[in-house]
Design a protein around this ligand. Structure first.
Ligand SMILES: C[S@@+](CC[C@H](N)C(=O)[O-])C[C@H]1O[C@@H](n2cnc3c(N)ncnc32)[C@H](O)[C@@H]1O
Length: 199
C-alpha cells in the first residue's frame, strides 16, 4: 500500500517503538504538534493508535505537503491538515496545542534552527505539557555508536550546518526555555526518545 507515496524505511522500523513511549506521555486528550512531519507515516500511525489525540502535522513550507498522500489514504478523523511551519520564524501562529513531537529533525536543522525549535515549542506549551524529541544524540561530545559517527560525518559532508547534537547543549538550550528533561529513553538503532516538560 506504499505505492506512489513517499516512503521512509526508518519510519516503518521505528514507528511502533516510538508509539509505545508516546502512548504513556500523551495519555490525556489533547492536540499534539508534530514538527518536521516528513512522509506522514509517523503521523498516521500515532493518530491511529492514539484516538484521544488530535495530531497536527507540520513541516517546513518547502516540504509540508509531502505527507498529504499518506494522510489522504488514511482518512483519519483525528489528523488535521498539515501546517507550513518553518521553526525559524519568530511567531508560529499556531492553533492551541497541548504537546509536541519531532523525529529526526535536530541533526537536520542548523543549530540556530534547533534553538528556534525549542524556543517555539516552549512558547506554545503550557506548564506540565511535553515535547518528545526522537533521534540520535551525543553525550559529553561522544558518539553512542560507530554508525552514528559515520552518519554524522555524512551529514556534515552534505551540509556543514547539520550534525548530531550533544545532550549538554540541548539541556542548556531547553533549560533556557523553561523545558526540563524528564526522560531519556534508549531506543533501537542507537536512537533516543527525549521527553522534555514545560516548567
Ligand atoms: C530527516 S527528516 C525527518 C522526517 C520525519 N520526522 C521522520 O522521522 O522521518 C527532517 C525533517 O525536518 C524538516 N525540517 C528541516 N528544517 C526545518 C525547519 N526549519 N522547520 C521545520 N521543519 C524543518 C524537513 O523538512 C524534514 O521533513
Amino acid at each position: 500500500m506504499t505505492e506512489g507515496k513517499p516512503f521512509s524505511q526508518a519510519c516503518a522500523n521505528n514507528k511502533q517503538v516510538i508509539l509505545e513511549k508516546l502512548a504513556a506521555v500523551f495519555s490525556a486528550p489533547g492536540t499534539v504538534l508534530e514538527i518536521g512531519t516528513g512522509t506522514g507515516q509517523h503521523a498516521i500511525h500515532f493518530a491511529s493508535f492514539l484516538p484521544h489525540i488530535t495530531w497536527q502535522p507540520s513541516d517546513h513550507p518547502s516540504n509540508y505537503q509531502l505527507c498529504e498522500p499518506w494522510l489522504a489514504e488514511a482518512r483519519l478523523p483525528n489528523i488535521n491538515k498539515p501546517l507550513a511551519l518553518d521553526v525559524s520564524i519568530s511567531d508560529w501562529q499556531l492553533p492551541p496545542v497541548t504537546g509536541a513531537f519531532s523525529a529526526n529533525t535536530a541533526h537536520i536543522m542548523s543549530w540556530p534552527e534547533v534553538k528556534a525549535m525549542f524556543k517555539g515549542v516552549a512558547a506554545n506549551l503550557h506548564q506540565g505539557e511535553a515535547f518528545c524529541l526522537y533521534g540520535p544524540f551525543n553525550y559529553s561530545g561522544k558518539f553512542t555508536s560507530g554508525s552514528n559517527q559515520q552518519f554524522d560525518a555524512s551529514l556534515r559532508q552534505r551540509n556543514p550546518a547539520m550534525g548530531i547534537r550533544d545532550m549538554a547543549d540541548l539541556k542548556k538550550l531547553s533549560s533556557d526555555n523553561g523545558l526540563i528533561l524528564e526522560s531519556d529513553f534508549e531506543m533501537p538503532a542507537n536512537n533516543r526518545l527525549l521527553v522534555w516538560r514545560k516548567r
